[in-house]
Ligand binder design. Structure first.
Ligand code: SF4
Length: 281
């Protein structure tokens, strides 16, 4: 029953741009690169953002040099800031709140990201003690999402992150251990935290239960690889090729990581992750 609730929390963390005042297109600092065609300082609206907070090149983002915009996922932090924290007041109609709103958005994003990881942890078969600690952190974080903008801006986000990170790590070690010994009957995967696999050929490899936390997998070839039970928290998967890869039980994988990678309709993704449109078109 509880697992079902946690699963719902995880699956409901979705952006609804129709309820957001274009915060990702305004609040964030973006540097020109292959992912974003122009420089855009934090707090400045992107020139493609229309008066109704919709993007005028939405259908052609990838063809016009704005690939990064199709990758971004705020998990719903944008609508929370727009509709709840600032009671539906937009920065266009109330310029006096703009700066505060733009600074509060990345704080909310980080809270939402932690909530998503904790909710995922709670879907696993873990000990009661770990479950209780995760629940306690979840409650704290959920309460923090309801504090006012001034309090959000004075929040020490690192001190929120530390206990959460420890619990996520404990969850990862435990679940990968269980999957290795009881499900796959293999030795637990290697610890390759922060390792550099940029552009490396890992095609068809059996990488089950590997710890890829914070690993650099940019443009790595992971075609047809077995990535079940792999911990991907913080891993950089930009342009990694996941065509035909099995990620069905990969841990702490985000929609943003998947959006930034390449793949096809033979890639198997965890249930809470959608197949990115550019993987099939
Ligand atoms: S190009 Fe469109 S989606 Fe990207 S930042 Fe600008 S307005 Fe937003």
């Amino acid at each position: 029953m509880y697992n079902e609730t946690a699963k719902n929390i995880r699956e409901n963390l979705k952006a609804d741009c129709s309820k957001c005042f274009g915060l990702c297109c305004t609040a964030l600092n973006i540097v020109a690169s292959s992912d974003f065609a122009i420089n855009k300082p934090a707090g400045t609206p992107c020139p493609n953002l229309q008066k109704d907070f919709r993007c005028k090149i939405h259908k052609n983002l990838r063809d016009t040099g704005f690939k990064g915009c199709t990758v971004f996922d705020c998990l719903g932090a944008g609508q929370k800031i727009s509709q709840d924290t600032f009671n539906g007041q937009s920065w266009r109609e109330h310029p006096e709140i703009a700066e505060k709103m733009f600074r509060a958005f990345p704080v909310m994003e980080q809270l939402y990201e932690m909530i998503a990881f904790i909710a995922e942890s709670l879907t696993y078969n873990i000990s009661d003690s770990l479950r209780n600690q995760l629940n306690e952190q979840l409650r704290k974080l959920q309460n923090l999402t309801d504090i006012n903008a001034d309090k959000l801006l004075s929040l020490d986000i690192m001190s929120c992150r530390l206990p959460v990170n420890e619990l996520l790590l404990e969850t990862s070690e435990y679940i990968r251990g269980q999957l290795s010994s009881k499900v796959f009957k293999i030795k637990k995967g290697q610890r390759l935290r922060g390792a550099d696999f940029i552009g490396k050929n890992l095609k068809g490899k059996d990488l089950r239960t590997t710890d890829f936390r914070g690993a650099y997998l940019i443009a790595a070839d992971l075609c047809n690889s077995d990535l079940r039970g792999v911990d991907f928290i913080g891993a950089d998967l930009r342009d990694a090729n996941l065509s035909g890869a099995n990620l069905s039980t990969s841990m702490f994988l985000t929609q943003m990581q998947i959006n930034s990678a390449k793949g096809n309709n033979k890639s198997i993704l965890p249930k809470h992750i959608q197949l990115p449109p550019h993987w099939v078109n």
